[in-house]
Design a protein around this ligand. Structure first.
Ligand code: URP
Ligand code: ZN
Ligand code: ZN
Length: 486
């Protein structure tokens, strides 16, 4: 049984050309002109791109005294409707602190629900011998990346020595360390200061997390990664200060990757000054939205290649949940939505404006992260043998984003009213159409699969070799050239 995606323009991270794409079973079987099959999917007037990969979500995550409202089912359905065929969710250890148990727990929750494929990053929220041991188990269980929170003091935050130990362990295992870069001690101090001064509303959230605190933490994490001899991935980069730290590290030859969010590229800090408390609180996330100058820096980073990935950090709390912080901004659960909107908003604000080429769009929404997470070319590619995770991307469907018509469980949308000019006409996950525009399609929960990601030690090994070759050495001098002792 061969299905052919007919008449479209294939776009990959490096080129675009007119071609049909034939699928057999779950994989791409052929790419070429005038392909024949048993059934056809119409791509006339559309682009044929690799399915989006969102590497940063928090579905059903227990956080700040509540649990993120987006379920694995609603989240992966929303993803499919938006053209995303794989997401990577953050797995947090439970009360027993066990990494193995946490991964089993995430499987238990996600497996019956997921409509698209999924992977996990593991959070390292402390340090001891069993965490050291269990990091190896995580890698053997297909989880090759570990996130460290430099913020959320008293909850998830880790100290520098803990990060150094964990980054070093990542190097040994061929895994990738990731950081949430904000100086958690200073955030806590500034929160206290503004709250004590009577600033109880959501604007206090933004003021207590200035970009300097993110830049400082990014620099510190980069220094720790360099000392440990490992690449580093910095999640939710929101500002020039953090971007500048990444640029500088890359200029020095370090493998440091930066991930801006679609929210940071398009929404700004004035949202927190909105007269309606609910409006402002719904946008509370960490780091917070910044001003237009920071947005310009992030766009420039995507264009120049100093930032590689656009994600969402989709962590969805309902209005009722946000109201837990009605009298104290420090209690507003942190997180916002974007899983369904990421591709359409990025296309509209990026490609339609000329800031990004279609190829760059594919790179930052899919291919680059597939490479960074070591699942390329199975994911992130239109290539023979790759998983048929494909989107027929229609640049002619305009719509207005509305909570009333989105697929998230949220009762609002931070992109409410935004006009987008493109949309997934069809989304295919491993060869199956899981979304068709205007056809009320709904994928089968549980059809998605966990994607095991093998370790990838080559960058750490290359770095170790280079460090050994370029390490300071004693100069062996002829004794004749050494002055006699006194
Ligand atoms: N970003 C955010 O505000 N919530 C999710 C947790 C995190 O990624 O820090
Ligand atoms: Zn974070
Ligand atoms: Zn996050």
């Amino acid at each position: 049984m061969t299905t052919v995606i007919k008449g479209g323009t294939v776009v990959t991270a490096d080129r675009q050309w007119k071609a049909d794409v034939a699928i057999e079973g779950e994989t791409i079987a052929a790419i070429g002109e005038d392909l024949a099959g048993d059934s056809y999917i119409d791509a006339e007037g559309a682009y044929v791109i690799p399915g989006g990969i969102d590497p940063h979500t928090h579905l059903e995550m227990p956080f700040m005294g509540t649990t993120a409202a987006e379920s694995f089912e609603s989240g992966t359905f929303a993803a499919a409707a938006g053209g995303t065929t794989m997401l990577v969710d953050f797995c947090l250890p439970g009360a027993d602190g066990s990494i193995r148990n946490a991964i089993h727990d995430w499987h238990r929750k996600s497996a019956p629900q997921i409509c698209t494929d999924i992977g996990y990053h593991m959070a390292i929220t402390g340090w001891n011998e069993s965490i050291f041991d269990e990091m190896k188990d995580a890698v053997e269980m297909g989880v090759n990346s570990f996130k460290h929170f430099m913020a959320y003091k008293g909850a998830l935050m880790v100290e520098d020595d803990e990060m150094f130990a964990s980054f070093s362990r990542c190097r040994e295992l061929g895994a990738l360390p990731m950081v949430h870069a904000e100086n958690g001690d200073l955030v806590a101090a500034l929160q206290e200061k503004y709250f004590a001064a009577g600033m109880t509303g959501p604007e206090g959230h933004a003021h207590s997390r200035p970009p300097e605190l993110e830049g400082e933490a990014a620099n510190r994490a980069i220094t720790i990664a360099d000392a440990a001899g490992t690449p580093l991935y910095i999640v939710h980069v929101s500002c020039e200060q953090a971007h500048e730290a990444i640029r500088r590290a890359r200029q020095k030859g370090m493998r440091v990757y930066g991930e801006p969010l679609i929210q940071f590229l398009t929404l700004d800090e004035t949202e927190y000054f909105h007269p309606d408390w609910d409006h402002a609180a719904r946008r509370v996330m960490s780091p917070p939205f910044r001003d237009k100058a920071h947005q310009a820096s992030l766009w420039a980073g995507l264009q120049a290649g100093s930032l590689q990935v656009v994600a969402t950090d989709h962590c969805a709390f309902t209005t009722a949940q946000k109201r837990r912080g009605r009298d104290d901004f420090r209690l507003i659960p942190n997180g916002s939505n974007g899983l369904e909107e990421r591709l359409a908003v990025l296309w509209t604000e990026g490609v339609e404006t000329g800031r990004l080429t279609p190829e760059e769009f594919v790179a930052v929404t899919s291919t680059n992260i597939a490479r960074i997470l070591n699942i390329y070319p199975r994911k992130g590619a239109i290539a023979v043998g790759a998983d048929a995770d494909i989107v027929v991307w229609d640049p002619k469907i305009s719509r207005t984003i509305r909570a009333a018509s989105h697929h998230s469980v949220l009762d609002y949308n931070v992109f409410e009213g935004v006009e987008v000019t493109a949309q997934a006409r069809f989304t295919l996950s491993r060869g199956e159409v899981v979304w068709a525009w205007g056809q009320n399609s709904r994928p089968q929960p549980g059809r998605g699969r966990f994607v095991s990601r093998p370790p990838f030690p080559s960058a750490a090994q290359a770095l170790s070799r280079w460090k050994a070759l370029s390490a300071p050495r004693a100069i062996r001098r002829d004794p004749l050239n050494i002055p006699a002792g006194i």
